[in-house]
Design a protein around this ligand. Sequence first.
Ligand SMILES: C[S@@+](CC[C@H](N)C(=O)[O-])C[C@H]1O[C@@H](n2cnc3c(N)ncnc32)[C@H](O)[C@@H]1O
Length: 214
Amino acid sequence: MAIAELKSESLLEYCKAQSAEDSPVLKELEKYTWEQEDIPQMISGVMVGNVLQSIIFMTGAVRIVEVGMFTGYSALKMAEALPENGEVHTCELMEKHVKTAESFFKKSPHGKKITIHQGPAVQSLEQMKVHSFDMGFIDADKTNYLEYYKRCLTLIKPGGVLILDNMLWGGDVLDPHDDDAWALRKTAEFIQEDKRVFNILLPIRDGLMLCIKK
Ligand SMILES: C[S@@+](CC[C@H](N)C(=O)[O-])C[C@H]1O[C@@H](n2cnc3c(N)ncnc32)[C@H](O)[C@@H]1O
């Protein structure tokens, strides 16, 4: 491993060590995901999770829409930061992931705040009410990111926050060679031109695009 790479790995570990820890249920969920899932790296993890919780604490968000639940880490992480009447509406295609996530949501007092919408996210988002959410988190199939952004932006209220994960795609957005990298690049360029939002692309983990709806 190159020295620069080693240093950035060590710095990331240092950042994690100096940041709020996950709850015991989330630690168990993450361990399960890394041990049992075929593509465990899809989990967002504590750095992204702590950013999501920080936004909730700072904005007082109560209703959240999520696109891409996987084993439920980010949904539960956000639910933990919400008040008692808070709601996370999360979209997930695969039944296997729904079952896993449900088994962990049952172990947490915050699990009751989460509603799972199983099926293709575009269809689930179509059923949701315009201006009914304070915050959105997009973290599903990359080729649909622009569609998810457009739909979620109509679902959140003015002043609400929309966050998109994986916007650096391991650096491939700089020189896209496949559909995923191109889709993420096009989504970033669309957002950059979108006058309806104030946006910042943060180099946290794989890139978090933060958009505040004007
Ligand atoms: C990167 S993972 C989500 C990770 C999750 N947010 C977390 O922090 O653990 C992406 C998820 O999106 C789901 N997905 C992919 N295409 C989808 C679609 N069209 N509709 C809904 N979910 C989809 C996948 O099954 C996968 O579980």
